[in-house]
Design a protein around this ligand. Structure first.
Ligand code: SF4
Length: 221
């Protein structure tokens, strides 16, 4: 390997192509995995995302699958009740407030929207606990809406690449919306979450063997 680099200009298409190849074999981010296992409705995606907050995918994914096996619709989740939800989701962090949030999500979805959530970011964000990351990712996966979901991995990696220069995930989102070709908006999160977990990690990123190394300025590393 040549060093210290970069020794070729950064190109987002090439970078994403290399990331796509590099992450084959790693587990998909939890919400994409949920969709692949048949839980692709907006409600199910939001449930998966709310469970994953401050909890590793390895923990939240099996919990989401267990909960959705019992109640995959708002009506069924409402009937399940807060206490039962809490006992089913116990391995995730903050099970009690998360159970309350999930039950309230189900209840309001039934009462206000007849059990069918609209593909509308503002509506989704009006639910307690649903932030821009969950809303955008769920809309992208469940509704096919082009939206970018910026979590800590997307924020860290795109800034290390120098593709954006932003101090917060919110600013990274705005910068990406202005710059990233729309064809990659939904896919970006699916690619960069496993890439950020296994290669461009928070501490001690694996630059020596990274497939993007030749064009990465490694900002802040
Ligand atoms: S692992 Fe290193 S070389 Fe690869 S994208 Fe991250 S900072 Fe750049």
């Amino acid at each position: 390997m040549e060093g210290p680099g970069p020794w070729e200009p950064f190109d987002i298409e090439t970078a994403l192509e290399r990331v796509r190849a590099a992450i084959r074999g790693y587990a998909a981010a939890a919400m994409f995995e949920l969709a692949e296992r048949g839980h692709a409705s907006l409600f199910e995606q939001l449930v998966g995302c709310l469970l994953s907050i401050r909890t590793r995918d390895e923990v939240s994914l099996p919990v989401a699958l267990r909960l959705l096996a019992q109640a995959s619709t708002p009506e069924a989740m409402r009937r399940l009740g807060r206490e039962r939800i809490e006992s089913l989701i116990r391995p995730v962090t903050f099970p009690e407030p998360k159970a309350r949030t999930l039950h309230a999500l189900a209840e309001r979805t039934v009462e206000e929207f007849g059990g069918d959530l609209p593909c509308d970011a503002e509506v989704l964000r009006s639910f307690h606990g649903v932030g821009p990351k969950c809303a955008h990712l769920a809309l992208g996966i469940a509704c096919g809406q082009e939206s970018i979901s910026v979590d800590i991995h997307v924020h860290r990696v795109t800034n290390r690449w120098g593709y954006v220069q932003a101090r917060t995930p919110e600013r990274t989102l705005a910068a990406l919306e202005a710059k990233l070709p729309r064809a990659h908006w939904v896919e970006l999160n699916r690619l960069l979450v496993p890439f950020g977990k296994h290669i461009c990690t928070g501490t001690r990123p694996k630059c020596a063997t990274c497939p993007v190394r030749s064009m990465c300025p490694r900002v802040g590393v």
